[in-house]
Design a protein around this ligand. Sequence first.
Ligand code: NAD
Ligand code: LMR
Length: 328
Amino acid sequence: MVKAVVAGASGGIGQPLSLLLKLCPLVDELALYDVVNTPGVAADLSHISSNAKTTGYLPKDEGAKSAFKNADIIIIPAGIPRKPGMTRDDLFNINAGIVKGLIEVAAEVAPKAFILVISNPVNSTVPISAEVLKAKGVFNPQRLFGVTTLDIVRAETFVAEIAGKSNPQELTVPVIGGHSGETIVPLFSKVSPSVTIPDDKYDALVNRVQFGGDEVVKAKDGLGSATLSMAYAGYRFAEKLLKAAKGAKGLVEPSFIYLDGVPGGKEIKEKTGCDFFSVPVELGPNGAEKAVNILTDLTDKEKKLLDACITGLKGNIEKGITFANKPA
Ligand code: NAD
Ligand code: LMR
């Protein structure tokens, strides 16, 4: 029996993500938690004639604890989204506290759950999550994931456009690093099957992958950021993880992980100097079974992108760790 939880389930990402999970044959129980509207969202979804038993919880009567209890997978898109002109780091002051509170509950009532953090800034909210889990004595780095799949999804789409491929999903486009601006590093030299990116299109393509989120924020004009593509991306990662947990082999997807605790991660930590980094991760019954070292044989352009990424990412990680450890 698999119990999945969405925290932030009434929001722009939360609702379509909950719909996809409700349709997923791998999910037996779906618990929706938010500070508003979950009774309505749960009642609505519960009429769909799929397998998952769906329930909604609000903060009253310790609703978060009831929702999270004994969960196998907890997906967190709770928190505010960007408006035009904002960076993801501008969300830190509000979202850091929201994520910290939710992870405290997870640590208490579902210490073995896979935790997928979507709330921005991911570069900081994942380190916050790790520190909270460590403080509670239940941190398992193989089970904590920062969801960077939307960067991969965008890269697949934009590369396919330029390379003239009709089905973007036939491409594997590694995107590594973090999840904001220059910390997002697409590795076009490692696309499989290989593609040729014309020199005069390279910089614009990198920029579009790094700043694809801004494109959506601008187009939504004050009404938030990517929700539907993010729900797809979050579901894609969750589905792979659930399949891998049930024994499916060969499932790899990049994710922002704590390198030290995942086999293969130490080498990547040595190379980047970062404790957390997004790299392709082999998924399996324990979660992150192996961090794939894709940082070898990079082109000169990719090495430059990596340098810029590392500088920004270290600051974001440190900010999260400092926040999580400051006395209440
Ligand atoms: P939204 O405002 O539409 O929804 C957020 C939901 O969180 C709301 O329903 C709100 O009530 C709920 N919420 C607030 N505090 C809560 C708490 N303490 N407990 C539970 N729920 C709480 O926003 P959205 O568009 O769904 O975006 C959510 C987050 O996801 C933002 O931080 C956004 O930046 C981030 N995001 C990340 C990615 C990524 O690639 N990782 C992509 C898109 C958006
Ligand atoms: C994205 O990449 O779309 C998200 O991180 C949301 C944002 O703020 O851009």
